[in-house]
Design a protein around this ligand. Structure first.
Ligand code: AMP
Ligand code: MG
Length: 434
């Protein structure tokens, strides 16, 4: 684990009033190391393995396929019969091989075996001529030798997965195809990392929970719901600690409880200029937390570091801490571009960069050089197959409806200025993400 001193050193290297997004990402990356203790690993059956992170390589215990078999419905024969140079080849059908019902004998010279897809290639045979290429009369078939080469239409044993070779690598997030692949190896259980536990809460005297009545000046807490949903998508266990009032004692209690119960603590609100003072003082007493003004929009104020639940920093349980800004869009943007990678790394997953694709901006976009902007966009596919994108309109960081309306983030890089209509921009699609 990185020590407090190292943390301070790596953070001190940058200007905390204008930290570029890539620098913040790099610092978080250094800090978010996988939990490595044995106790963090469990065995699960295939149905429970979906979306989990493999803790060990899966070595193939068998060849898949386990035997040479036919890729087509047709006739199996010895490919050397093609060597004669005749324009057509005639063979007699000696029997049939079906999937699961092999033909055990080697056919004689001038003979072939009727064979179905997936059936074991009979002894002495190495080639399958597809039935569409053959004319058959009674037990005799004939086909053009130009249409087929020796060895064709045969799936070799071990061609999909070879015995003794890694079939899936540790750190992989198990997908639908992987469940099938594991089943094809006869493997019913795998070792996976235990789920990461993430505690989260909202801060603000103005916040009310769903079900409460709004008084003048109050608003419903939406961040706990977006955070819950984004965390669920990453398949982590969540602890919802509710709304925390804007006072030191409540915040300290929430942070200690969160640190005791979770690997990662995420708060929203209370890190902007007015709030930061008592938060900052508290963070310093609970751990090693740096306040950043990241050169990004939305999402500028953010706190990051490590918290301890004990009486002094360095004692008790520890957790990585992200103090996100309060604005609902800023919470989502900072989650995806700053927090997400840390949660995946701590879960034991190999790096999963966000999918970014190029699109043409259909309109001019105002952009200030010197910060990364994450606008909400609606991307569509042109007739020529390329993507074009427009913004959802007003980009205020409180306008959560812009996230629901959008289908992608438009990521406008740090150094870039205004965008003209027709310029290329990078988009990160929401599909599979949000
Ligand atoms: P703060 O970062 O605490 O200054 O909050 C910035 C803005 O976000 C304020 O307008 C807050 O009312 C709003 N806000 C903070 N937390 C939440 C929340 N959990 N749900 C909805 N809005 C929030
Ligand atoms: Mg607040």
């Amino acid at each position: 684990m990185t020590t407090s001193k190292e943390f301070s050193a790596c953070v001190a290297h940058y200007d905390p009033n204008a930290l570029p997004v890539v620098a913040a990402q790099e610092i978080v990356r250094q800090w978010a190391t996988p939990r490595t203790r044995d106790a963090q690993i469990e065995r699960v059956g295939l149905h429970d393995a979906l979306d989990r992170v493999l803790a060990e390589d899966v070595i193939s215990p068998i060849d898949v396929p386990a035997f040479d078999n036919s890729a087509m419905d047709g006739y199996a024969f010895a490919g050397e019969a093609l060597a004669g140079g005749a324009a057509t080849l005639g063979l007699t059908v000696a029997g049939a091989a079906l999937a699961g019902r092999p033909f055990d004998a080697a056919p004689g010279a001038g003979q072939c075996v009727r064979i179905m897809t997936g059936a074991l290639i009979p002894p002495g045979c190495d080639t399958v001529v597809p039935q569409e290429l053959v004319t058959r009369e009674g037990d005799a078939i004939r086909f053009s030798t130009a249409a087929i080469r020796a060895g064709q239409n045969r799936r070799l044993s071990g061609e999909d997965l070879a015995k003794g070779k890694p079939a899936l690598i540790a750190g992989r997030i198990v997908r639908a195809s992987d469940l099938g692949l594991l089943a094809s190896l006869g493997i019913g259980e795998v070792s996976v990392h235990k789920r990461l536990t993430v505690a989260f809460f909202s801060t603000g005297d103005e916040l009310r929970s769903v079900g409460e009545t709004l008084s003048p000046g109050s608003l419903y807490d939406s961040n706990r719901y977006t955070l819950f949903a984004m965390l669920k998508r990453l398949n982590v266990d969540t602890v919802d600690l509710g709304i925390v009032r804007d006072d030191r004692a409540s915040l300290e209690k929430a942070l200690r409880e969160a640190t005791e119960r979770a690997d990662v603590v995420i708060s929203s609100g209370g890190v902007s200029v007015g709030d930061a003072d008592f938060t900052r003082e508290l963070m310093n007493s609970l751990g090693d937390v740096a306040f950043w003004k990241i050169a990004m929009r939305p999402g500028r104020p953010l706190a990051f570091g490590r918290l301890w639940s004990g009486v002094r920093a360095g004692t008790g349980e520890s957790a990585l801490f992200f103090g996100l800004p309060g604005n609902p869009v800023a919470v989502m943007v900072t989650f995806y571009f700053i927090v997400r990678e840390a949660l995946l790394a701590m879960s034991g997953a190999t790096r999963q960069p966000l999918t970014a694709i190029r699109a043409i901006s259909a309109e001019p976009i105002k952009k200030r050089a010197g910060r990364t902007e994450f606008q909400r966009g609606i991307a569509t596919r042109n007739d020529d197959g390329r993507f074009q994108v427009v913004t959802t309109g007003p980009q205020g960081s409180g306008v959560l409806s812009s996230m629901s309306e959008a289908n992608c983030f438009i990521v406008l890089e740090h150094a870039r200025g205004d965008i003209d209509a027709g310029d290329e921009v990078e988009i990160v699609p929401f599909d599979g993400l949000i």
